[in-house]
Design a protein around this ligand. Sequence first.
Ligand SMILES: NC(=O)c1ccc[n+]([C@@H]2O[C@H](COP(=O)([O-])OP(=O)(O)OC[C@H]3O[C@@H](n4cnc5c(N)ncnc54)[C@H](OP(=O)(O)O)[C@@H]3O)[C@@H](O)[C@H]2O)c1
Length: 272
Amino acid sequence: MLLVTGASGHLGSLIHAGLVERGLAPLAGTRTPGRFGDAGRGVDFDDPAGPDLAGVRVLVLVSAGYGEDDVVLARHDRAIAAAERHGVRHVVYTSLIGAGDHLAFALAHRWTERRLRESRLGWTILRNGLYAELFGQLAAPVGGAVTAPFGAGALAAVARQDLADAAVRVAADPAAHHGRTYELTGSVALTAAGLAAELGVPYRPESLGVRRAALSGAGLLPFQPAMLMSIYSATAGGFLGRTHGDLARLLARPPRDPMPVAVAAAGQVPPR
Ligand SMILES: NC(=O)c1ccc[n+]([C@@H]2O[C@H](COP(=O)([O-])OP(=O)(O)OC[C@H]3O[C@@H](n4cnc5c(N)ncnc54)[C@H](OP(=O)(O)O)[C@@H]3O)[C@@H](O)[C@H]2O)c1
């Protein structure tokens, strides 16, 4: 049996739906199992008892990354320990692109990768690039211009649907991807200037300091400003622009163009 965690979230729901489409009858592991009827399985990594993975052979572990490192590490540890306890054969983990080591949320991903590699479980690590949807949201126009502090940096953004499609392919045939780590990006890198041009507005990059000051008064959770600032900083610093061919090979087709995805996401952010 297959189980996908985070099944109510953006990525997990797409993975779950893709596996359903393939007729693989996956379980939906989520904190809100009721919406999935008989396929729902209550999974809350914050429960110290750990999730019940009885009968699960392949676990798609979607990172539960919104939190401080100690919280996220504890969540992922409970998930992997439960997989070990319940005889899961293979874990597919949605991690972070290798180039993302400068990002504030990288540590939890690398810790989880190491925890898996040192386990006796079969595993595949999907190092997901940053979502094109996220780039669009972060670079959405403010006052008629794109003002985000991305400098001239490029981001090898990727459509969430492509990442889900890749996870579905791996989860459907885990033996073929045993012990493999994939770097998953789109095939072109996006810039804020390029996005602004698509949107027909000017790009007026602001400084990191101005953005940090704005975020500090935005009512975010304590860990969020550092996460967001690291995305701007690492992109502007040129660390996230490299594209890889793993996604095209896994999908056996070119990845979606991330630009229209980013444009659509930017359009969904209310004008400010
Ligand atoms: N590559 C990127 O650009 C990027 C951007 C943002 C986030 N991420 C990472 O990728 C993950 C998936 O992204 P997404 O867009 O699908 O995010 P999302 O829509 O916020 O979904 C995250 C899911 O994590 C699950 N989760 C959170 N806390 C949990 C807990 N205590 N126990 C069990 N599950 C828990 C939830 O699943 P249920 O609601 O089903 O319980 C939630 O829906 C995120 O959690 C984050 O780690 C990546």
